[in-house]
Every structure is written in C-alpha cells, then in structure tokens.
Design a protein around this ligand. Structure first.
Ligand code: SF4
Ligand code: SF4
Length: 315
C-alpha cells in the first residue's frame, strides 16, 4: 500500500493534465506535446489513473493516457541573462556558397514559431554595382560586442551576455522600440499584433533563451538559438544549410563548424578568405563574419526579383 502511494506520488510529480491547450499549467511540454506517440505515451496504460494538480489548484484524478511528461526549462532567468561561461559564440557566413534557398530562414521560423513574413534570418539578393554580378546575403542579428540596442533600453530588457549573445527578455520589454531605432542593421521586429500561438508554444514556460511564447507589444529578433546551444546542438539555421555556407562556433576555441560537421579554425578561415564584418566602420563589433562571394559554387541568382521572391538590395 505504502509502495503504491509512493509510486503514485512519483507519477504525480512527473505528469500533468493535458486535455487541450486550454489547460495551460505553465509546465513545459515542448517535446511531449509535439510527439503524441512519445516514449512516455507508449509506456502509459489506458485505464491506470494518477492524481494531478490543475492550473486552478484542484486535485483531480486522470487517466494516464491523457497525461504528458513535464519538461522544466533547464535554466533560471539569471542563467539566461548571464550566458554560458567560457564561451564567445561566433557565426561565419560564406557568401561564396550561399545559393539563396532560404532553408536557414525557414528553419529559424519553425524553431521560434514565427510566421512566414517574419524573417529573423533574412536572405537578401545583393548587387554591389551595375557591372558586378549579384549574390545572396543571409543576415541574422549580428550580436554586436558594442551593441547600440542594449544601451538605450530603459528597463534593461535587452542585454549582452558573457558568451556574446544579445537577448531580449520579453517579460520586461515595455515596447518603447528604442532598441529598434538604435540597431543600424534593422535586425529587430515589433509584434504589433498578438502572435498566433500553437498549443506547444502556449504550454511552454517563457525563457529569454528560447524567445517564446511570443508577446504582443514587444520586440524580438534572432537569438543564436541559445537553448539549442545549451543542449550541445547547432542553431537551427546552421543545421538547415544544405550548402554548408553557415558556420557556428566558439571564438575562444578558435573553431567553427558547418552543417556537414566540418570543423575549421576560425582564424584561418577568416585569414585565408578575407573575412570581414558588415559595416565594420560603425564600431558595433558584430559577432557575425562574412566571407566574400568569390568563385561562387552555384548558378548566378535569377535577376527576375519578382519571380525569386527575395529582397533585392544595392549596396
Ligand atoms: S545587429 Fe542590431 S539588434 Fe543585433 S546586437 Fe547589433 S545593434 Fe543589437
Ligand atoms: S522595446 Fe523593449 S527591449 Fe527595446 S528598448 Fe524598449 S523596453 Fe527595451
């Protein structure tokens, strides 16, 4: 009997009620909710019941077939603001390899639940002069080491971490948009309308490290996927790049890796390919480097901009 009580207590701690998105307990269900046939669901026998606490504080008895595992977000707000000790994250974008497919953009949207018209990672078609061919230029937030955006925030909602990442705490943001005005790269976006919430997004506890649930009246942008990095995974855009044009890594280790798992020395990559930072003269010290679009490995971009659907920019 005592053993049965202990067993039920364990289950009480491990499970929460799910009967649709309306019962949002604040618990993180990121994986379980999106994968109804998860290992937990498979191991649960219909007809076996457990006790669970609802959002309103009522103790109810539920069939385990209607329960999901609670996955707590692994970091505190303080940890999310401090960042990962000993790291200095950096991105390299090889313009010689990018073919403008926008898989990076789509992967980012999927990861952060952003709609199709919200591109934290935007791919521009560039043409430096009338006599030179155009090329593709993916542009995320540059996570500047001297970020003008964080300096103007009156409530310390946007901040620079020790690992180099610039984040926004949407629970603090008051929507004044000073940071948007300060960013010289137009990397920030304002949520004028209430973002459409998926059940998974609605049931996930907010953390500045994942940037959702997204909030109306606040600012958002590319975050370098810090929740993925903590799990030892690459940011979504890097993994999605079939051309292996995007590299991500740690400046302290002098190493960056692409979607193919190819790891190279950051300093050598930049030195041998004349790496540069966009609008370096502004003094913002971006943490994103570009390699020039020389000897491109794909056909010239289609100059019919309307058909390609990409933004065309003359630099
Ligand atoms: S690119 Fe803009 S938003 Fe990103 S860190 Fe630099 S100034 Fe801030
Ligand atoms: S919009 Fe939000 S993050 Fe940007 S400066 Fe204002 S309070 Fe800070």
């Amino acid at each position: 009997m005592e053993e049965e009580k202990k067993s039920n207590r364990r289950k009480f701690l491990q499970l929460t009620v799910v009967s649709g998105a309306a019962i949002a307990t604040g618990a993180g269900l990121r994986n379980a909710f999106s994968e109804p046939n998860s290992e937990l669901a498979k191991s649960q026998n219909a007809g076996e019941s457990v006790h669970a606490l609802t959002a309103s504080g009522d103790l109810v008895q539920v069939d385990t077939a209607h329960a999901r595992a609670v996955v707590h977000h692994p970091v505190t707000n303080d940890e999310a603001r401090t960042g990962i000790a000993g790291k200095r994250f950096v991105m390299v974008i090889d313009l010689a390899k990018c073919d403008g497919c926008k898989k990076c953009t789509v992967a980012c949207q999927k990861m952060h639940f952003t709609p199709k018209d919200r591109e934290w990672m935007k791919v521009f078609e560039m043409q430096d002069s009338e006599t030179t061919p155009s090329y593709w230029m993916p542009k995320p937030c540059f996570h500047c080491d001297n970020p003008p955006c964080t300096k103007v925030c009156p409530v310390n909602a946007t901040f620079k971490r020790q690992d180099g990442i610039v984040l926004i705490d949407n629970e603090r943001c008051i929507g004044c948009r000073f940071c948007m005005a300060a960013c010289p790269y137009s990397s920030r976006f304002f949520n004028w309308e209430r973002p459409v919430e998926t059940p998974e997004m609605a049931l996930t506890p907010y953390s500045p490290e994942q940037g959702y649930p997204r909030r109306v009246g606040t600012v958002e942008k590319c975050d370098f996927c810090p929740d993925m990095i903590r799990q030892g995974k690459m940011p979504g855009c890097i993994s999605a790049c079939a051309m292996k044009a995007l590299y991500f890594g740690d400046e302290n280790e002098d190493a960056v890796t692409n979607s193919d798992g190819e790891t190279v020395r950051l300093s050598t990559l930049l030195e041998q390919n004349a790496g540069y930072r966009y609008m370096e003269d502004l003094g913002t010290k971006p943490r994103v480097y570009y390699l020039p679009p020389k000897n491109r490995r794909y056909p010239k971009p289609d100059l019919d901009h309307a058909a390609s659907g990409h933004a065309a920019v003359k630099s």
